[in-house]
Design a protein around this ligand. Structure first.
Ligand code: NAD
Length: 480
């Protein structure tokens, strides 16, 4: 019997109003392993109403900050204690390795603890205005119902980036997970109940983005939208937010460069570049999908990379020896293969990979692929693949490296590999990107801001200041 999951609305497991369900496929077996609700706007309405009631009754924002902090810490502890179950649901839904998902869950727990620690540190200010006989001060208030829309690649983790600061600030929420990977968030929702959060504070509605996304983003009771996903749906979400004049944070895609200078530690750089693009099969927003490499070391460096790529073990994501699991879903697989064909059409050469195969249980795999001879105007240098495909471009001067790094409309992450500390700082300042890593890649933390320039998004997630994004500031004047 295929397990069936239900929405969480007002603290209850809620079957969808129309009684319809969607199959959720395990990419390793290419077979349905669970069913999730195919919700309709009616379900969204119920969820938003529950969140609005919980907000209006101050069931969450009205309890003491110390108690809110304690519940948040408890939620963090439950995420950690249930990491194996959460990781298993995620591996079954998106095919990423269980080892990686388990590590992610352990880090995700920290987000609830970190932002829980800020609950009792939300303060207004008394402002020394030049207005004799008047007192002016600020009050910090939660916004209300936050809509949170999450993609399939790391659902529980990407949700925490929104939910932890939003809850700490006293908001309530309606979460819409991806139709390709909802079960880990529904499993997480059970932990929210177990931790003792009041009913209606956290609600989850599953279904197709096109069918229920607009009902959520256009809802008059939604005070803010926090979105992670692709540029296309992100644009639709941003337009909906603008129509109702409400804020939105958008964490979108990338075409992040790893920039390798000849004076770098080339062993470390090669491992960093390979990990940057091939880990998780490139299905990561910060995948380092462009390599910008100094002319003088180009051939030798590409050779090192192809050697590493040939050692990457593709296979069962539950096997601890596997480095990379299957591609998460068929549309994603087709997109990757289309982009490889496009790279060839545009004149790139494949140093390795380019082919795909079907695993023993039916899952779809793409071998780590390195495209050389790429120029900045090629589609493979401009468009996000979200797969294990590296585009290699060469440069001869630092100036040229900066120009190439900034030659796409994205700006999410960038890696700089050099032994020259002055150059590292110069480059960090000049590359247009929300995060720059020097001689490392992919580091993130709950206490550090993350987000993008240009098409990579609007706003930041992570870090103390992020709680401000979930608060209103009210200025109060008193005639004394
Ligand atoms: P997607 O944009 O297709 O879907 C994301 C979410 O939006 C899903 O829940 C989907 O159902 C929903 N959605 C779709 N249309 C909608 C609409 N009109 N209104 C409201 N919601 C709608 O993205 P995806 O394929 O799930 O994820 C991959 C993309 O996410 C990649 O582009 C990747 O770079 C990006 N991503 C970004 C980050 C980041 O932090 N910057 C992290 C992970 C993934």
């Amino acid at each position: 019997m295929t397990p069936r999951y239900e929405n969480l609305i007002d603290g209850q497991d809620c079957p969808p109003a129309q009684g319809a369900y969607l199959d959720t496929e395990n990419p390793w077996t290419a077979r349905a392993w669970a069913q999730i609700p195919r919700s309709t706007p009616e379900d969204v309405e119920r969820a938003v109403a529950a969140a609005a009631r919980a907000f209006g009754s101050a069931a969450w924002s009205g309890i003491s900050a110390t108690r809110r902090a304690a519940l948040m810490r408890k939620l963090g502890d439950l995420v950690e204690a249930n990491a194996p179950e959460l990781a298993l649901a995620e591996t079954r839904d998106n095919g990423k390795t269980y080892t990686e998902m388990l590590r992610q869950m352990q880090n995700t727990a920290e987000w609830y603890r970190y932002f829980g620690g800020l609950c009792d540190k939300i303060e207004g200010r008394v402002i020394p205005v030049e207005a004799p006989g008047h007192l002016n001060y600020t009050l910090r208030e939660p916004l209300g119902v936050i809509a949170m829309i999450v993609p399939w690649n790391s659902p529980v983790r990407l949700l925490a980036w929104k939910l932890a600061p939003a809850l700490a600030a006293g908001n309530t929420c309606v979460i819409k997970p991806s139709e390709h990977a909802s079960t880990s968030i529904l499993t997480f929702a059970r932990l929210v109940r177990e931790a003792g959060f009041p009913d209606g504070v956290v609600n989850v509605v599953c279904g197709l983005g096109a069918e229920i996304g607009p009902a959520l983003t256009d809802h008059p009771e939604v005070a803010k939208i926090a979105f992670t996903g692709g540029v296309g749906s992100g644009t639709a979400v941003y337009v909906a937010a603008a129509r109702r004049m409400r804020p939105a944070t958008l964490e979108l895609g990338g075409k992040s460069p790893n920039i390798v200078f000849a004076d770098a530690d080339l062993d470390a750089a090669a491992m960093g570049v390979a990990g940057g693009i091939f880990a998780s099969g490139g299905q990561s927003c910060v995948a380092g999908s462009r390599l910008l490499v100094a002319d003088t070391i180009h051939d030798a460096f590409v050779e090192r990379l192809t050697a590493i790529a040939s050692r990457i073990r593709l296979g069962d994501p539950m096997d601890a020896a596997t480095h990379v699991g299957p591609v998460a879903n068929r549309p994603q697989f087709e997109q990757i293969m289309r982009m490889i064909a496009m790279a060839r059409e545009d004149g790139a050469t494949l140093a390795c990979g380019g082919d795909s195969f079907t695993g023993p249980e039916g899952g779809l795999f793409v071998r780590p692929t390195i495209c050389t001879g790429v120029s900045a105007d090629m589609r493979i240098a401009q468009q996000e693949v979200f797969g294990p495909v590296l585009a290699v471009l060469r440069f001869s001067t630092e100036e040229e490296a900066v120009a190439l790094a900034n030659s796409t409309r994205f700006g999410l992450g960038a890696g700089i590999w050099t032994g020259d500390v002055g150059r590292a700082h110069r480059m960090a300042a000049r590359v247009r990107s929300g995060t720059v890593w020097v001689n490392t890649y992919r580091m993130t933390s709950q206490s550090s801001p993350f987000g993008g320039y240009d098409l990579s998004g609007v706003g930041r997630e992570g870090g103390q200041a992020m709680i401000d994004g979930y608060l209103q500031t009210k200025s109060v004047w008193v005639n004394t």
